[in-house]
Design a binder for this molecule. Structure first.
Ligand code: GEK
Length: 246
């Protein structure tokens, strides 16, 4: 993903009116800058997605990037996978994201085929998957539909396959939850966001991004059949889990 993305100032204007947050054209324009300055560890996670895919991609299978945005995980996988006859399926339901992602992928010359689809994950089919990446996407799916989606991902995976699930977390302990939120906001502040921008973004995304606890994710994955679920990355309230299909 280009490092030259315009700076995210969407919530900077004092009079900026923002309804509910959506992944529209305005967000697409600043997305690489927005996600790097907002999600602690994002660059590390993308880098590790490439390494994990290299290790777990099986010959003749598919790797999935669910909620691909501008294709950061897709490119990380594409540049590292060594197994033969592997393809990548990247899915996002924002037409504006998919349009820009097409341009990003076209500018990349690697030979691993990528099938980019504009579709709701709730309608998408997962088949013959050895690697599935859900990098900060499940948190945008209505909570009541998450069990079914994770179960469907599981059934579309091959034995020995891996799911990488990255999510913002909540914590049962109120004081710890507040502390993690404050540290996250401080992270954003040190990355140049003002208190007003942070507060406005928080209000706009409140009913759109619905985080859950680590325990809740682990239980859902276990119920779906995944085993060996482990937290491999955490920075404040941002995390990434590995889960395996036996
Ligand atoms: C990255 N993984 O750069 N179906 C398909 N896509 C969806 C749905 C849905 N139901 N809901 C949301 N999305 C990326 C970052 S961003 C995370 C993922 C963030 C898409 C949405 O359009 C957006 O592109 C993405 O999920 C979430 O590693 O912005 O915090």
């Amino acid at each position: 993903m280009s490092d030259k993305s315009p700076r995210d100032t969407l919530f900077a204007a004092a009079d900026a009116e923002f309804g509910q947050f959506t992944f529209d054209q305005k967000v697409v324009e600043v997305f690489p800058d927005m996600i790097k300055r907002s999600v602690p560890g994002y660059t590390t996670i993308i880098h590790m997605v490439g390494q994990i895919a290299e290790r777990y991609a099986q010959t003749g299978t598919r790797c999935y990037d669910l909620g691909c945005s501008l294709g950061a995980s897709t490119l990380a996988m594409r540049h590292r996978i060594q197994a033969a006859n592997v393809s990548i399926t990247a899915i996002d339901n924002s037409p504006e994201m998919v349009e820009r992602c097409t341009i990003v992928l076209d500018a990349d010359s690697h030979e691993i085929p990528v099938n980019l689809i504009c579709q709701d994950l709730l309608d998408s089919e997962i088949h013959n998957a050895s690697v599935v990446i859900m990098n900060f996407t499940l948190q945008f799916i209505p909570p009541a539909l998450r069990d079914t989606l994770i179960a469907r991902i599981y059934s579309g995976m091959n034995s020995g396959g891996v799911l990488v699930l990255s999510e913002k977390l909540t914590f049962d302990d109120e004081h710890h939850d507040t502390l993690m939120s404050e540290l996250h906001h401080y992270f954003k502040k040190t990355n140049g966001y003002s208190d007003l921008e942070i507060a406005k973004k928080r209000a706009a995304i409140e009913n759109v991004l619905i985080p859950e606890s680590l325990e809740c994710h682990k239980k859902r994955l276990e119920n779906a059949g995944f085993r060996g679920t482990e937290l491999w990355f955490q920075c404040f309230n941002f995390s990434s889990l590995l889960a395996f299909k036996p």
